[in-house]
Design a protein around this ligand. Structure first.
Ligand code: DP6
Length: 321
């Protein structure tokens, strides 16, 4: 085998990670719960290139000046697998990169899976999660399907809580702006950890959020999950805003969209929103309601377009050659 292609999907956190305990090993300071979606996809082809001097990474057809966030992941993989062969890594996203749509998570997860297969490393889930985390703290979650827990109290164990076919949910991504974000999550988290007066209470509250969310997920109670998830999202954005310099990923368009979600909910639908390190709004709802809700938000002047997904599968190999 000289090349392998793998795909992975973004995941959106319902209980979020914002802050690290270990910057060097990129270890999140808190547990998180996410939802892996389908439709949006990162595809990575890794080809062995013995004639090259070093690994080369192309993203969306453009050669990158260096391996950036991928370097620690690739170092770890080549060390664990005792691989010393240069590769060409070609990643493509079918959605806007670095606009708060978790492109690094799905990108890194697809690379880990492709590399593991190409060199027949036989990595355990735990090793795959570690490799992914070195690239991006949210990336281990994209290795797994459905609703996923990344548990930092249990050696960063990452596993599925609910499989995709066990709960018919949809995610409507409302794109308000698809420009690259100005402050990366990585920089933002460090600023918040060092300067936000709310950071410690955010850290302490994590156990409570995880417990409540797990209970709601076990009971498949969407409104309970929505309540705890929105609370968690608002607290994270307060931590960001109270940082110095203040970080605000939400725009007026984001707020407009959130208000529409609240208004649709008042009319009797079960749905909730979440917002990450970008201005897009992700709406989680029952699959049976997704057309109606998509139509409502698509009519907003603040929403340029929407992307609808259901719950998706974990990272996987699609081609070996
Ligand atoms: C707001 O995983 O992108 O989306 O580990 O530095 O790569 P790095 O950060 P990243 O941060 C995700 C932040 C978030 C919340 C979340 O997904 O949990």
């Amino acid at each position: 085998m000289s090349e392998v292609t793998a795909i992975a999907h973004p995941n959106f956190a319902l209980i979020k990670y914002w802050g690290k305990t270990d910057f060097v090993n990129n270890i999140p300071a808190m547990s998180s719960i996410s939802l892996t979606i389908d439709t949006l996809t990162s595809t990575t082809k890794i080809s062995q290139k013995p004639e090259m001097q070093e690994n080369i990474w192309e993203l969306n057809g453009e050669r990158q000046p260096d391996l950036g966030q991928l370097l620690p992941t690739l170092d770890y993989l080549s060390k664990v697998g005792k691989v010393n062969e240069p590769c060409l890594i070609q990643s493509d996203n079918n959605f806007p990169t670095a606009a708060g749509l978790a492109s690094s998570a799905s990108g890194v997860a697809s690379i880990v899976v492709a590399y593991n297969s190409l060199f027949d490393l036989g990595l355990t889930n735990q090793q795959m999660a570690k490799a992914a985390m070195l690239g991006s703290g949210s990336a281990p979650r994209s290795l797994f399907p459905g609703l996923v827990l990344l548990d930092i109290e249990n050696q960063c164990d990452c596993h599925t809580l609910v499989e995709p076919n066990q709960w018919p949910l949809s995610v409507i991504v409302c794109i308000t702006d698809d420009q690259r974000k100005t402050i990366s999550s990585r920089e933002g988290m460090e600023i918040s950890r060092k300067t936000s007066p709310l950071y410690n209470s955010w850290l302490k509250a994590n156990r409570h959020y995880i417990k409540q969310a797990k209970e709601a997920i076990n009971a498949k109670n969407l409104s309970e999950l929505g309540q705890i998830s929105e609370e968690n999202c608002k607290q994270m954005h307060e931590v960001m805003k109270t940082s110095n310099p203040s970080i605000n990923y939400m725009t007026n368009k984001t707020i407009d969209c959130i208000n529409e979600v609240i208004s649709i909910r008042k009319s009797g639908f079960d749905l909730f929103y979440t917002v990450d390190a970008g201005p897009q709004v992700k709406i989680i709802c029952k699959t049976e309601d997704n057309h109606f809700i998509q139509e409502r938000v698509s009519n907003l002047p603040s929403v340029s377009h929407t992307l609808v997904s259901n719950i998706g599968y974990g990272a996987r190999v699609t081609h070996e050659g």
